[in-house]
Design a protein around this ligand. Structure first.
Ligand code: ZN
Length: 254
């Protein structure tokens, strides 16, 4: 095989791995931001639960105040009842006592509702606190993992870049330019293996005369459909069972 073609196969592999590392490094801030948003959401849920509880307790205190006023009125009218001067005044006072007695009962009913509500809201605050504590732990662990990942990826990217430079130096300039052009234009895949007479990347059949040239491997041949640089890997040595002429052999990524 043309030495430049051998180099391009290695270059494709190293370049694709470097691009993958770059992509994952670039995605890290977004992933960290999403985790921060998750935490902010849990914090907001806790604040909202606390505010709802405070509101409920304030309303309950208001009702307790109203109840005190109504009870005082009942007591006041009961005292006055003892000193009623006539029947008319006695009945009027009895009416007031009944009215405010009913009011006390109504407010007490509402206070009980608020007490039940307070229990429920307190449970919600506790649940939100637990959720926040768990989220904090989980987010911290995930952030550490992402940061460690980025450190590893950066180290790996450094060595991949050095390796890429070393290989690129062995490829003639026009071929390297061609490779780089199609690497960018074809989703980081500039090379394609020919398998069973098809370009493995675009699945279009390679015409017989080109196929023979690709098999010869002594010049740069591009796929007529996707323009990727084509190469062919000879089938593995024959075993007892006859292997198909074009059996895929090399694990090279395409
Ligand atoms: Zn193709």
């Amino acid at each position: 095989m043309l030495p430049a073609l051998t180099s391009l196969i290695a270059l494709q592999d190293v370049s694709a791995r470097a691009e993958d590392a770059r992509r994952r490094i670039a995605e890290a801030p977004g992933r960290i931001q999403a985790l921060d948003q998750q935490l902010a959401g849990a914090l907001l849920a806790l604040d909202t639960a606390k505010a709802t509880l405070t509101e409920s307790l304030t309303a309950r205190r208001g009702l307790e105040g109203e109840n005190g006023v109504a009870q005082q009125k009942v007591s006041k009218y009961k005292d006055q009842l003892m000193e009623a001067k006539d029947n008319r005044q006695f009945h009027a006072l009895q009416h007031e006592i009944a009215t405010f007695g009913a009011e006390v009962q109504r407010i007490e009913g509402l206070i009980i509702e608020k007490m039940v509500e307070g229990d429920e809201l307190t449970a919600k605050v506790k649940a939100a606190e637990t959720a926040l504590t768990n989220d904090k732990k989980s987010v911290a662990a995930q952030k550490s993992a992402i940061e460690a990942d980025v450190t590893t990826l950066k180290t790996s990217l450094d060595s991949l870049s050095a390796e890429r430079t070393r290989i690129a130096a062995t490829v003639p300039a026009p071929i390297l330019t061609m490779f780089e052009t199609y690497f960018r234009a074809r989703k980081n895949v500039a090379l394609s293996k020919v398998v069973d007479g098809l370009c493995e990347a675009c699945r279009v059949r390679v015409r017989p005369h080109l196929y023979n040239q690709v098999r010869a491997g002594d010049q740069i041949i591009q796929c007529e459909s996707c323009q990727r640089i084509l190469y062919w890997v000879p089938p593995p040595p024959k075993t007892d069972e006859p292997a198909p002429a074009d059996a895929p052999a090399a694990p090279t990524a395409t």
